[in-house]
Every structure is written in structure tokens, then in C-alpha cells.
Design a binder for this molecule. Structure first.
Ligand code: EPU
Length: 419
């Protein structure tokens, strides 16, 4: 089993090219299934979740190839699609659920099971099922297998989501673009990754309006054709690297970012005491001394503070000059990294969805274990500052979302090795 070894205390200096967004790539890969011909994705990160998506597409009958470093082609010339996604592929990640909408939309049927993914509390799929049923899918569950059928194709309708779920919004977009008639998705999620999916689908021929707002309107078309599309920069990865330098001190330039997607978080780094110069696609960040504690950090759907950035930021707050309070409103169990940070000397008290982080003057390197993707990233952030050696196990979680994180951090002066 691979581990990361980190020797803390090195300041970070240099430039980082931020990778493409995982949470855009995964729905767009499911979108490629809807298209005839070839999709070429530029800036597509090489991540275990992207490879898992390719395995699902291969299983249906499509061909996926990384033809260049971050250039992925997906070709669909399938005559006899296999619409059964095996349990082992479904379990690899949460996004496998998006193949329910995509397969139903394209081929009118699929057999799947419940998706896997990071354990962040209960992650039901009721909103996905509710929306797909409203589009006319007949869905039956037997012993964990979900049988979905839409013999005469899906039919556009009005769907009001009870919660602005990112995955359910994406699933319903995927299902609706080839459906007959018009679909209105009310109370949609507004994340930039949803706009990226819609931008891709529009280039393929889809008719979609309103993405980025609460009401998304879709007019079904008969066919979609593959296109070339560049994945947006990963805002969570960018913020993770900003947390690293806020923690260690030093100066970083982040290239290939979209600062428009990061407004709220950029303000927070100024409150931490970092110097920031931001351009449309570049951030300069300099951190000199001990960071200021942020009083209240509350995770909410976009455009508010994202749940995915909670754990890296919590790592920074462990050495803040005062006390910070976190409130996690999206997932019911997303503080599992707190126990690992406590092993490193952090002072954190978790009470349900609230976490109180009292800043300490030092963290200490020890053996810790990644509990999920972003929780794992928080241990890297902490390890870069901690005295001595930090050993992080279960790093397969981190590989789901960070492309070659150890190479990126080594290139700016960190000591981090994969062993
Ligand atoms: N929810 C339901 N029923 C549903 C769907 C969601 O109750 O049918 C609940 C979930 O249990 C959760 C909340 O709604 O409590 C939010 O879930 P959402 O569907 O919005 O999230 P997701 O689609 O499962 C995506 C990202 C997550 C990110 C969340 C929130 C991808 C692949 N995943 O998950 O990213 O945290 O949106 O922004 O896009 C990560 O990258 O580490 C990650 C977990």
C-alpha cells in the first residue's frame, strides 16, 4: 500500500499549473456517452476517478484513450451497447450514478446498483430517482440492483428539486438533452462544474439555458455529436495549494485558475492575512506569518463556501492565532479528518455539524490515515507545516482528485515522497 512521507517546515516558492476539474470531467465523460462520434477533452486530469469513468464507458462499448498528457478522446460508434453497469464499476465512485441518466437518455434503459464514493455521511439517490421518474423512467429496485427503463424514450417535464443537489442536477441534464420535448429543472445546483457540463453539451448540439441559475431549461434534440472541449480549472485543487502556502509561508503563483469561480474563498485568504494579487486566470499568494483564525466558516451550495474546501481550510485553522468555528451544512459526516489532525497536535472539538478549532502554535508529524479525498488533502496541508515526519496512509483517496500531488508540491520546494 502506498503512503506519503512529508517532512514539514519547508516554505513553498514557485509556480503551479492547476489541473482540470475532477468534478467537471466526470459528468462530461458521462455526457460523451450521449454523443455520436468523438469527444476530445483537453485539460482532463489523470485521476483514478477519471480512469474509473473510462472503464464504465468501455463496458458500454465506447473507446477512451489519453492521446497526450491531459488530452482524452472518447469515441462512440456503438451498435449494441451494454447498458448493464456491473456492481464493481458502480462502487468505484459516486459519479457512476450519472450513467443512469446518460444511459436512459441515450439508450432508454440501464441496470445499475448503488454508487460508491467517499464516505461523507448518508448519500442517498432519492432526488436522482425522483427526477428520472418524472421524466418517464420506470425504475425498480430488487436486492440492490436498480432496473431502469424508458421504452418510448424519456419525455421532458417540469422537475422541482427538493434540494439543489449537484449530482441530481447533472443526472437530469444528461437525461433531458435527448428527451422528447422541454424540461425545466427548478432549484438546480449552480456550481461552475454544472455550467461546464452544459457548455460541453451545447457544443455537441444540445439546447440548454439557465445553467448557473436556479432554473435550467432544456429543449430535447434528436442527436448530439462529439466535440472538442477544455475542462475548467479545478477550484478545489487551487484552494488546496493556497492552503499549503498559507500554512508553510512562502510565495506561489497559481496558473490556469478561474478566479471568477473562487470569489468568496479569495476574500477568506485575505482575512487569513495572506497577500493576494488575482487576475482572471492567475493568483499570486504570499504568506509571511501565523495566519489569523476565521471566526465562522459555513459550508453551503455555490456560490457560498464549498464543502470540498472545508477540510484543507480546517488544517490551516489548526495553527490560527485564535479560535475558528466550522459549520458543515452539506454532508452529515464530513469531519473524519479532524481525529487525524488531532493526532498531529491540533485542538479540535466536533459536535455534530459544528467543529471548533482552537489554534495551536505547533503541529507534530506522526502516522495518520486519509479518511476521504479532501480529508486526505487536509493531512498533506498539515504535514507540510508539522515538525518532523508525517506518514499518510490510504492515499488512494487523495489520488481520486489530485493529479501527482507529490510532484506538484516537490516542484515548489516541499519534501513529500510517495513510498
Ligand atoms: N442528497 C440527497 N439525495 C440525493 C442527492 C443528494 O439527500 O438524491 C444529499 C447528499 O446526501 C448530501 C447533499 O445532498 O448531503 C449534497 O449532495 P450533492 O448531490 O449535491 O453532492 P454530490 O453530487 O454527491 C458533488 C461533488 C462533491 C461535492 C458535492 C457538494 C462530484 C463528483 N462530487 O457530490 O465532491 O462535495 O457535490 O458540492 O461532483 C469531492 O470532490 O471530494 C466531492 C465529494
Amino acid at each position: 500500500m502506498q503512503k506519503f512521507l512529508i517532512e514539514g517546515g519547508k516554505k513553498l516558492y514557485g509556480e503551479i499549473d492547476v489541473q482540470g476539474a475532477k468534478n467537471s470531467s466526470l459528468p462530461i465523460l458521462a455526457g460523451a456517452l450521449l454523443c455520436d462520434g468523438t469527444t476530445t477533452l483537453l485539460n482532463c486530469p489523470k485521476l483514478s476517478d477519471v480512469y474509473a469513468s473510462c472503464r464504465i464507458l468501455n463496458n458500454v462499448g465506447l473507446t477512451c484513450n489519453f492521446i497526450d498528457n491531459n488530452v482524452l478522446t472518447i469515441s462512440n460508434s456503438v451498435n449494441n451497447p451494454n447498458c448493464i453497469v456491473p456492481n464493481d464499476l458502480m462502487r468505484e465512485m459516486r459519479s457512476s450514478i450519472l450513467y443512469m441518466g446518460a444511459l436512459l437518455g441515450k439508450y432508454g434503459k440501464c441496470t445499475i446498483s448503488l454508487p460508491g464514493g467517499c464516505q461523507l455521511g448518508s448519500r442517498p439517490i432519492d432526488i436522482h430517482l425522483y427526477g428520472l421518474k418524472k421524466l418517464g423512467a420506470d425504475i425498480k429496485e430488487e436486492y440492490g440492483t436498480i432496473y431502469c427503463n424508458a421504452k418510448d424514450g424519456l419525455k421532458g417535464t417540469k422537475i422541482t428539486l427538493p434540494f439543489a443537489s449537484v449530482g441530481a442536477t447533472e443526472n437530469l441534464i444528461l437525461a433531458s438533452v435527448l428527451a422528447k420535448g422541454e424540461t425545466l429543472i427548478k432549484n438546480s445546483a449552480r456550481e461552475p462544474e454544472i455550467c461546464d457540463l452544459c457548455n460541453y453539451l451545447r457544443k455537441c448540439g444540445a439546447v440548454i439555458q439557465g445553467d448557473g441559475e436556479s432554473d435550467i431549461y432544456i429543449k430535447g434534440v434528436k442527436k448530439l455529436y462529439g466535440c472538442e472541449h477544455s475542462i475548467i480549472p479545478d477550484r478545489v485543487v487551487a484552494v488546496t495549494y493556497m492552503c499549503c502556502v498559507a500554512m508553510t509561508g512562502g510565495e506561489l503563483v497559481l496558473n490556469n485558475v478561474c478566479t471568477n469561480h473562487m470569489d468568496i474563498v479569495l476574500n477568506m485568504f485575505e482575512e487569513l492575512g495572506c497577500d493576494l494579487y488575482t487576475y482572471e486566470d492567475r493568483i499570486y499568494i504570499c504568506s509571511k506569518g501565523r495566519v489569523h483564525s476565521l471566526k465562522n466558516v459555513k459550508t453551503m451550495p455555490y456560490p457560498a463556501f464549498p464543502t470540498d474546501m472545508q477540510s484543507p481550510l480546517m488544517a490551516v485553522m489548526t495553527i490560527g492565532d485564535k479560535t475558528s468555528t466550522f459549520e458543515e451544512t452539506i454532508f452529515d459526516n464530513r469531519y473524519r479528518h479532524a481525529d487525524e489532525l488531532i493526532r498531529m497536535g491540533a485542538d479540535i472539538e466536533v459536535m455534530g455539524r459544528i467543529a471548533i478549532v482552537r489554534g495551536v502554535s505547533k503541529l507534530y508529524g506522526t502516522s495518520v490515515s486519509a479518511t476521504d479525498l479532501r480529508g486526505g488533502a487536509s493531512l498533506i496541508v498539515a504535514g507540510l507545516k508539522a515538525d518532523g515526519l508525517t506518514e499518510i496512509s490510504n492515499i488512494h483517496y487523495i489520488d481520486r482528485g489530485y493529479q501527482e500531488v507529490e510532484k506538484v508540491l516537490t516542484s515548489v520546494g516541499a519534501y513529500i515522497k510517495r513510498v
